[in-house]
Write a protein that binds this ligand. Structure first.
Ligand SMILES: [Zn+2]
Length: 416
């Protein structure tokens, strides 16, 4: 089976290259925004949305036109890729996976992508990489790149440039080393509780850093905008943001690697994370209730990165030959695993489960995980309640297409 995987490295550009990369990222952003503005005005005038091919034609005009001659200096393919990105943003919107596409702002995820492997040269022995219109770039060679290079994405974050190199390689169909099945209950007090009773501490990295972040941001706003001190303060804020992101990612990866290595079948609740995190404020006609409490919970959910965690579990299990089963979440926290009695009364406190029918007592999160596992087994055995685990859909990031590409990760359709 084929595995697509991305490897990220810090770039060490010279001054000219750094300048060029800033310009290229700016050109790509410009093209994205211009195309988005165009689509919007077409829509307002009742015209049909232009397809990718139509946009590419326009791009050629823009590049050759007198208005934006500097677009010609940027490499063509990355500019076209930003049109592809816009296409995808629209598709995600139409398929209800995301909000309507927004204009890109400078300094927010500046990046551009080279899609053509024929134009990319990688010399790992010399720690250098060739990219069109940038030439040979040095990079911090922290690990080998296995497989065949498919594309490269250059991005800027917290003052540094990075390249993410996606490769494809043939690997043997994995046979899971573990044979056990486990249920995982995601929570606030504990990040994840397993049906075997073990659990992972909450992450809350954002909360921990939040006060510092607020302090830094206040300091920034007090400064004269665009002054040197303001720039310094801004860099501090961005650095802390990057740090929070790194801590979070590391933790999620550690947990998902752990679980996917030790179990062949992992059952999770089919949570609609997107809905949970969005519904609190409601709409103008139907304002949400209990907004403050919900936004607290929502913040926690996002903080914990459940969605990302699930995505990681999915592809890591596929890599190991295992699979992820998503089960419907109804009543998993209220059902007694001993006698099957379903009642809200069973859970008088957040932490403790105590069956009003048979007296069974256990930690509430463990009960949730046990119920999730039982449901997972039923789904696996006879397809009962089976539903696509991908119902919480997201565009797979470039790093993790493998599960989808290989077709191995059949969520909800386990191979027994
Ligand atoms: Zn009971």
């Amino acid at each position: 089976m084929k595995r697509l995987q991305a490897f990220k490295y810090e770039l060490m550009p010279n001054g000219e290259q750094a300048r060029q990369m800033r310009r290229f990222a700016g050109s790509c952003r410009f093209v994205f925004n211009k195309a988005l503005a165009l689509q919007k005005s077409r829509y307002e005038q009742g015209e049909k949305k232009l397809g990718y091919a139509g946009l590419c034609k326009l791009l050629t005009d823009w590049r050759n036109g007198a208005e934006t001659p500097w677009l010609k200096d940027a490499p063509t393919h990355p500019l076209q890729q930003s049109l592809k990105d816009l296409e995808r943003a629209y598709r995600n919107f139409f398929e209800k996976r995301a909000d309507f596409p927004r204009f890109k702002k400078k300094g927010q995820r500046d990046s551009f992508r080279y899609p053509d492997p024929k134009q990319i040269k990688l010399e790992q022995g010399n720690n250098r990489l060739f990219l069109p219109k940038l030439g040979w770039l040095r990079y911090r060679n922290s690990r080998a790149v296995p497989g065949e290079v498919k594309n490269a994405t250059v991005s800027f974050s917290a003052g540094k440039w990075y390249v993410s190199i996606q490769t494809e390689r043939e690997i043997e169909q994995p046979v899971p080393e573990a044979s056990s099945a486990v249920g995982v209950d995601m929570g606030i007090a504990r990040f994840a509780t397993l049906s075997d009773g073990s659990f992972y501490e909450p992450l809350s990295s954002f909360r921990k850093h939040e006060q510092r972040l607020v302090r830094y941001q206040r300091a920034m706003f007090r400064k004269q905008k665009f002054s040197n001190n303001w720039k310094k303060a801004k860099a501090k804020v961005q650095k802390l943001h990057a740090r929070i992101g790194n801590v979070r990612r590391d933790y999620l990866h550690k947990c998902s690697t752990d679980i996917s290595k030790n179990h062949a079948m992992v059952c999770v609740e089919d949570l609609q994370v997107k809905n949970m995190s969005r519904s609190a404020s409601g709409t103008a006609t139907a304002p949400g209730q209990n907004v403050r409490a919900k936004s607290g919970l929502n913040k926690s959910i996002l903080d914990q990165g459940w969605f990302e965690f699930r995505r990681q579990l999915d592809y890591k299990l596929a890599w190991n030959g295992g699979w992820l089963v998503a089960v419907p979440p109804q009543n998993t926290s209220r059902t007694c695993p001993a006698c099957g009695h379903v009642s809200a009364e069973n859970r008088k406190t957040q932490a403790k489960f105590s069956c009003v029918e048979c007296g069974f007592e256990e930690n509430a999160d463990v009960v949730g995980a046990v119920n999730i596992l039982a449901r997972g087994h039923r789904v696996a055995a006879c397809g009962e309640l089976a539903q696509s685990g991908h119902s919480v859909k997201q565009e797979p990031s470039e790093a993790t297409l493998s599960g989808v590409m290989s077709g191995v990760s059949a969520v909800g359709i386990p191979r027994l």
